[in-house]
Design a binder for this molecule. Structure first.
Ligand code: MLT
Ligand code: MN
Length: 305
């Protein structure tokens, strides 16, 4: 199984267009301390030829241009991407669908709640049902994922993850932003004996989730913020990580502590926010993370399992 990291940053990318915080400045200043990153998405293939896209980021067009494997191969219209599977309806996971509207057949998989959000937004009608077949992805079942031309040889089991309703729907859920089991999901992706987990957004590591991840050979996990108060301390926002639906990397309830005793072979942070100091390769926070056995995803990373 081949995995390509198309994008590794949180919503808005790295650096975000209007962010002038120290880490974002490091991405712009040309000194090479921090690599720019597009918004989080990965692609997975059993054979290196037919691909499943996990989330369609607003940077999709740029991501496909940057990775030759996704260029059209034959005929006048073509893509090796046969299916898209969404882990939430957040803008950074769905906006790229609008760049896939050019009469191209593919299968679109999502939970029923995410499909409903897409269905009520008429702009996604640009993905004509003549070409794009939308399908409900169930939770808790191992599903042989169908692409446009048949099964892709990849099995996915989706499971609920503590999260939050999409930012643009918060006003509909006053008082309880946690959302339903189908609003934010994690994925166990396998092909033969190879298996990994993809969880770009997670508010908390529950005992159930930790049981599921125990023994994983590869985990991509929510790396949005270094500290829960990061945006508040920088004076950028009043929102904590907890309010945004993201557990933070550091601190007593943070990801490094939560995973410290778990047997996971390779652990990679993805969906990293433009303010997160770990994006600067010489930052002490980055050294702490590395010492704890974690990596930070980069655009273009390829992993064979
Ligand atoms: C998030 O991950 O919290 C969202 O993508 C936020 C956003 O839409 O900017
Ligand atoms: Mn996001």
């Amino acid at each position: 199984m081949e995995v390509i990291v198309l994008g590794s940053a949180a919503g808005g990318g790295f650096p975000q267009w209007n962010c002038n915080a120290p880490t974002s400045r490091a991405a712009r200043d040309g000194a090479g301390r921090a690599k720019v990153r597009t918004q989080a998405s990965i692609a997975v293939s059993a054979d290196g030829d037919r691909w499943l896209l996990i989330n369609a980021s607003p940077d999709l067009r740029q991501q496909l241009l940057q990775n030759r494997v996704f260029w059209p191969r034959h005929g006048l219209r073509d893509t090796p991407i046969e299916a898209v599977l969404l882990t939430s309806a957040e803008i950074d996971h769905v906006a790229g669908l609008l760049s896939m509207r050019e009469s191209q057949p593919f299968r679109l998989w999502a939970t029923s709640s995410v499909l409903e959000i897409l269905a009520e937004n008429p702009i996604f009608g640009a993905l004509s049902p003549d070409y794009v077949e939308r399908g409900r992805f169930p939770l808790g079942e191992a599903v042989a994922v169908e692409g446009h031309q048949g099964p892709l040889g990849i099995t996915v089991r989706a499971f609920p993850v503590p999260g939050k309703v999409p930012l643009f729907l918060e006003s509909r859920h006053p008082g309880d932003l946690a959302g339903s089991a189908e609003d934010t999901i994690g994925l166990e992706i396998s092909c033969g004996t190879a298996r990994f987990h993809y969880i770009p957004g997670c508010a908390r590591l529950t005992p159930e989730l930790s049981n599921q991840l125990q023994g994983s050979s590869l985990l991509f996990f929510d790396g949005t913020l270094w500290s829960d108060n990061e945006l508040v301390d920088l004076g950028i926002s009043v929102k904590t990580g907890a309010r945004m639906g993201h557990m933070s990397i550091s601190g007593p309830g943070g990801t490094l502590a939560a995973f410290a005793d778990m047997a996971i072979n390779r652990k990679i942070f993805i969906h990293v926010n433009t303010t997160n100091p770990v994006l600067a390769e010489d930052a002490p926070e980055r050294a702490t993370l590395t010492a704890a056995g974690w990596e930070v995803a980069e655009d273009g990373m390829r992993i064979s399992l």
